[in-house]
Design a binder for this molecule. Sequence first.
Ligand code: AMP
Ligand code: FE
Ligand code: FE
Ligand code: ZN
Length: 289
Amino acid sequence: MSSDRLFRGPIDLHTHSRVSDGTESPAQLVRAAAEAGLGTVALTDHDSTAGWAEASTAAVGNGITLIPGMELSTRVEWSSVHMLAYLFDPNNAKLVAETARIREARLHRAEEMVARIGRDYDLEWDDVVAQTEPGSTVGRPHIADALVARGLVSTRSEAFEGILHWRAGYYQPHYAPDPLAAIELVVAAGGVPVMAHPATRSRTDVALEGRMRSYADAGLFGLEIDHRENTPEGRVRLRALATKYGLALTGSSDYHGEGKPNRLGENTTAPEVVDALIARATGTTPIYA
Ligand code: AMP
Ligand code: FE
Ligand code: FE
Ligand code: ZN
């Protein structure tokens, strides 16, 4: 019942800090969430829980309920698929080992991409290091920031449309587990998996649809339907999949600070869905405001 609820809305279940490819510290992000009028926010940095402690402290100070989370990198064939994970045990040994492996693979992949880019442009690995918080999950956004700092492009988006696009010839994939393995890892750590923005590109989306029964059987909780990158046609398919497999539907901003146009709270998740998400989790609890 709503009167028993320990958290307030609006609820935004997908945000990034400088611990991965956002531009704000976890504390700044939580303050921005309070200023945006949110009641509950999930911190979901890529492949890392390093921001949880700082975000928790800031949440208490700003009247925000924090749902600790992560956005796990996974891969189907050659396409990258993102798996949101909430309220898992951050000390689960298998999950800790797998995220460390992914971060390491991301680092080597970024170094190799920069070496390739450096043959054609005035860019060195040190330029990327200068744009990256020590210990954070390195991704193409940090290479983009280095390209901006070098004056080779004017924004992250321009970098993604040009030099960092796979068509440009510098792109390289990195190791990431299969989505099914990621779901199993998160569930074994007491967490709740939700597939991030699953309807952005048709080829991968079709591959995912064929596997959805196995994902649901393994404990997938929901699909992130309200996300600015999901196509209108894709959302219709996601709604049908959710009905067919008994999956919840979430909505969120995928805020990256100034790194993307996405604004906090531009999409939100229903409180009833968050009730069910919290009830499912056994790994850890929200930090209630
Ligand atoms: P990576 O995982 O290293 O291949 O980089 C993908 C990340 O880049 C995603 O998590 C997005 O947050 C970010 N990204 C993708 N497209 C853009 C864009 N146009 N502008 C800014 N960031 C982007
Ligand atoms: Fe990102
Ligand atoms: Fe994502
Ligand atoms: Zn994200």
